[in-house]
Design a protein around this ligand. Structure first.
Ligand SMILES: Nc1ncnc2c1ncn2[C@@H]1O[C@H](COP(=O)(O)OP(=O)(O)OP(=O)(O)O)[C@@H](O)[C@H]1O
Length: 232
């Protein structure tokens, strides 16, 4: 479970996030939507512990900055950060050891195969394309068996096979009762997997919908209803 209460963040005098409350229960897929500059990345970076902020963020009931929370949390950043001198496999092994992960060698092989990285295991971080880096970043997050996972624009730069695989993985995580939060502009990429949507505008969450309350209504209709924009 991910819980945010009264989150505010100022950059100098600019209030980028203003008293935001948001929570995603176990086994649910939350999506964070909103126009450029609304404050989504600021929320994501706050959850990931990359910013100082005011308010409360809890992961599985633990304050986000504690070790107990960090052990159960994984983050796929919008721009993957690789170690130039480590191979794909070494990135995975680094994460496994850092988190003392229970993932087995067989599960790692399976994961690399699903994201078509099995034949790239010996490539160095600085020899990878942007899409490959993104896939390594996703595999690193998955191999720690997180209870809460945060994905920032995860589909950008991925090929169709990887997008399909990632959506399947996300649905499998949900089955395993993992909490998922995805920040994205690409409504069509999440329309068939979301459970709760949060729409941001000008530093605030202006609305939230639960899938079970809206029936078959389109995600983009709901989004434009809240933001007052026109569907193209
Ligand atoms: N490091 C920073 N210093 C100063 N202002 C910042 C900084 N980062 C973001 N901002 C401002 O905070 C506001 C929210 O930015 P944020 O990046 O959170 O928006 P976003 O919803 O993620 O946008 P996008 O969809 O374009 O990624 C914007 O007005 C932005 O200019």
């Amino acid at each position: 479970m991910l819980e945010i209460q009264g989150l505010s963040k100022k950059y100098g005098k600019h209030l980028a996030v203003d008293q935001v409350n948001l929570s995603v229960p176990d086994g649910k897929i939350g999506i964070l939507l909103g126009p450029n500059g609304a404050g989504k990345s600021t929320i994501i970076k706050s959850i990931a512990g990359l910013l100082r902020y005011q308010g409360m963020i809890k992961i599985q009931g633990n304050p986000a900055k504690t070790l107990e929370a960090k052990k159960q949390f994984a983050y796929v950043p919008e721009i993957p950060a690789m170690f130039d001198a480590l191979t794909v496999r070494e990135h995975i092994e680094y994460m496994r050891r850092a988190y003392d992960s229970t993932i087995t060698d067989g599960e790692v092989e399976e994961l690399l195969k699903r994201f078509e990285l099995d034949d790239k295991q010996e490539k160095l971080g600085n020899e990878l394309s942007k899409g490959m880096m993104q896939k390594v970043s996703i595999c690193c997050a998955l191999c720690v068996h997180p209870k809460v996972i945060l994905l920032d624009e995860p589909m950008v730069g991925l090929d169709p096979k990887a997008i399909k695989e990632l959506k399947e993985v996300i649905l499998e995580l949900k089955e395993q009762n993992v909490t998922v939060l995805i920040s994205t502009h690409m409504l069509e990429m999440v329309e068939d997997i979301w459970d709760i949507m949060f729409v941001m505008e000008k530093s605030h969450i202006i609305g939230a919908y639960r899938k079970e309350d809206v029936g078959n209504k389109d995600l983009d209709d709901l989004f434009f209803e809240l933001t007052g924009g026109e569907k193209e």
